[in-house]
Write a protein that binds this ligand. Sequence first.
Ligand code: TXA
Ligand code: MG
Length: 316
Amino acid sequence: MRVSLEEAAERLNAGGVVAVPTETVYGLAAGLDDARAVARIFALKGRPQDNPLIVHVADENQMRVLVAQVPGAFAELKRFWPGPLTLVLPANPNAVPAAVRAGLATVAIRMPSHSLVRELIAKTGPLVAPSANLSGRPSATAPEHVEADFGADFPVLDGGDCVGGVESTIVALHETGWEILRAGAIAAEDLIAVLGSPPLPSAVTDRPRSPGQKYRHYAPATELKSFNRKEDLALAAMRAEPGGAVLGFDDSPRGALPLVSLGARGDFAVNLRRLYAALRSLDEKHIAYSFVDADFTRTGLGATLYDRLAKAAKGS
Ligand code: TXA
Ligand code: MG
């Protein structure tokens, strides 16, 4: 059910949960201080209680209330705001309910750039919002995806298709440096250029890492088999049983199998924008298995595309 900006704000202010568009993916939003609505988000998604939520703010003042301290690197990183960068910062425990943080001492905060959600936050205050998909399913990049997971009656603020199509990059700031907890819409190279140092290797940093990363992710029902070389994919496709498909690019070898294309090989922005809709379409078409063309460079947003394809393949 599509709702207007005013109705979305009314529902949220009355303690409801509403799906909202962002520049990355749709989010399942609730008021930060609304314990019952926050609990409903976990229940609706089937999300484990130890997986914390991202708080979405409209301006820097809202962020400052939520944190215990602003690390020095924020001065550089804030050039990515508003936009798809989530920062894990020391939480002000009085301002961020423990359920939102899953009991951690930190809080994940981002300032989305999508105009509709910014207008909404201006009317409601900070909103918590995990991606608007059932836990373990591909994220939602269109209102139809939200409705497929939560039903046609579920309230959705319609912002059309998401322009980015992949989640925010999550960065944690430590005394000794910085760490990427989740690859995302901002490439590591862009963060390195701004921060002037490479990220810490994950193994040497403090626990906890992003709790969400231990759960099954982005998984379609279709069984995914990944190929890192075009030649191997070509051979497998040639010998393939019917009933499968190739998830790849316009020039992917496919034999007699149907091709679900993410666009031109190496056009990562377009590939990522199409990815979740493509994963969902494999299930809608009841494709039993799919060969995945993973023959592309793992630099820039190619690293994010590879991360999501590998997780989808592992989960299926
Ligand atoms: O682009 C996005 O980030 C989207 C849109 C809706 O904003 N949101 C999103 O939320 O992807 P979600 O819940 O699907 O993923 C949030 C991730 C999870 O892996 C969670 O474990 C991690 O953020 N996270 C949240 N709070 C954290 C914290 N305090 N420390 C480390 N990781 C945290
Ligand atoms: Mg998610």
